[in-house]
Design a binder for this molecule. Structure first.
Ligand code: PMT
Length: 401
């Protein structure tokens, strides 16, 4: 079990979801992890130290000094941990974390840590939607922390919406997947992984284009994850603000579907795994006007012609490659995804639907289902980094079968 022997430091802050931490600790301990717990002073109103220390089999601290006068060394605790889990993480604790307001043991420990940090926010729906929370979560992600998004459901206030802390099983699975994500075991060493990402822009004239809302986040997350697992990654990216400096990633920036097609087939033959996460325009203007089209008539007709289907062509030219497609759907999701799996000769397809909140374009999260010809696996809403892990775990399972 990936979690066995790992040192997990749980920092509990003052929210009603604190009671769920009992189940989480029991689960971690059962799986062989070493668990220590810290609390903010207000968390003590929600769950008792005695319960947490009994379950974790370790003393639980909420202050810099214990009653017997000993100093609770936050630096030592921070360096002890393989991961820190902030759960539940209230708006208050989140704000202090990202702005360095170090007025309790939890924040002092967090700020002394060098290990990965997971954040499971929990708050009422208006607080979760507040621009300051959104900005603080973005800052936390920029720091490299992993967000385990809050779930939608009934909240302590009686309101219904997003804000509930993720269920203990989801948190446990996320941490487990992190440890099994093969940053250490390099399961993809020796493999070449070809990935398409981002949108394509199809020029109309020198200033206009037909494009879409893809940010490239999903594709870049997959590329980073594959590179972490030891693969040589060829990333063909449409226009996107995403960046990577990973030494295992060779990035080729393109603009149009035609250019993406040409770059993909410069590398496809030698790829072991190909993953098409790009949102490629299906049509492009038949002709690109040489000069900016002037406003004149009330109506303007632009004739479009079909772009090459890059993924379908990969399916037709498949030799040794394990071929993964994406399906971005708005209706008849499963039927359409299965149709694409078949028609494009894929080994696996990742379905995401724009009907799922937090899924698809631009978001930092996604919600996917994976299909092969014989299997279906459904995943909850997760960060795109965690989704990338799920996708590559699934690919590894398939190719190592
Ligand atoms: O970039 P983000 O903002 O993070 O958003 C991620 C995403 C929503 C773009 C991504 O998760 C996703 O769903 N990518 C596929 C989008 C898409 O074009 O889906 P589709 O169902 O239209 O196409 C099916 C498959 O064929 C895709 O793998 C696509 O890359 C491929 N295709 C499509 C048309 C074409 N001409 N060539 C292709 O290769």
């Amino acid at each position: 079990m990936a979690i066995q022997g790992k040192k997990i430091l749980i920092c509990v802050s003052g929210g009603i979801a604190a009671y769920k931490i009992n189940y989480l600790i029991r689960d971690f301990v059962k799986k062989g992890a070493e668990v220590q717990v810290l609390m903010t002073p207000s968390a003590e109103n929600f769950v008792s130290k005695l319960t947490l220390s009994t379950l974790s089999k370790n003393p639980v601290f909420s202050d810099f000094y214990s009653e017997n006068g000993t100093w609770n060394n936050h630096v030592e605790l921070a360096l002890w941990a393989d991961v820190i889990l902030m759960a539940p993480c209230t708006a208050n604790t989140l704000g202090k974390m990202v702005h360095g307001i170090c007025n309790n043991l939890v924040i002092a420990t967090y700020m002394s840590a060098k290990c990965p940090v997971f954040i499971a926010p929990a708050m009422d729906l208006d607080m979760y939607q507040h621009p300051s929370t959104k900005q603080n979560l973005e800052l936390a992600e920029d720091f490299g922390h992993f967000i385990i998004p809050a779930e939608t459901g009934e909240l302590a206030s009686g309101l219904v919406g997003q804000g509930r802390m993720a269920e203990p099983e989801t948190i446990s699975k996320t941490i487990e997947e992190f440890f099994s994500s093969d940053k250490n075991s390099k399961n993809l060493a020796g493999k070449t992984v070809l990935i398409t990402a981002g949108p394509t822009y199809e020029a109309i004239d020198p200033v206009r284009f037909i494009g879409n809302h893809s940010s490239g986040k999903m594709g870049f997350s997959i590329a980073e994850e594959a590179a972490n697992r030891g693969a040589k990654v060829i990333l063909i990216s449409g226009p996107s603000a995403q960046q990577t400096n990973h030494p295992n990633i060779e990035i080729h920036r393109v603009t149009s579907a035609r250019e993406m097609f040409d770059q993909v087939f410069n590398f496809y033959e030698n790829a072991d795994i190909a993953i098409a996460s790009a949102a490629v325009a299906d049509y492009a203007p038949k002709e690109i006007a040489k000069e900016k089209i002037k406003k004149s008539e009330d109506e303007l007709t632009i004739e479009l012609i079909k772009n090459p289907d890059i993924l379908k062509t990969m399916g037709e030219r498949k030799t040794k490659q394990f071929l993964v497609g994406f399906a971005l759907e708005t209706q008849n999701e499963e039927e359409n995804a299965k149709g694409k799996l078949e028609k494009k000769n894929l080994d696996m397809i990742v379905l995401n639907s724009l009907r799922d909140e937090g899924a698809g374009f631009k978001n930092d999260t996604n919600k996917i289902k994976i299909f092969t010809k014989t299997e279906l696996k459904e995943f909850p809403l997760k960060t795109k980094n965690a989704v990338a892990q799920d996708i590559l775990n699934f690919v590894e399972e398939q190719i190592l079968k």
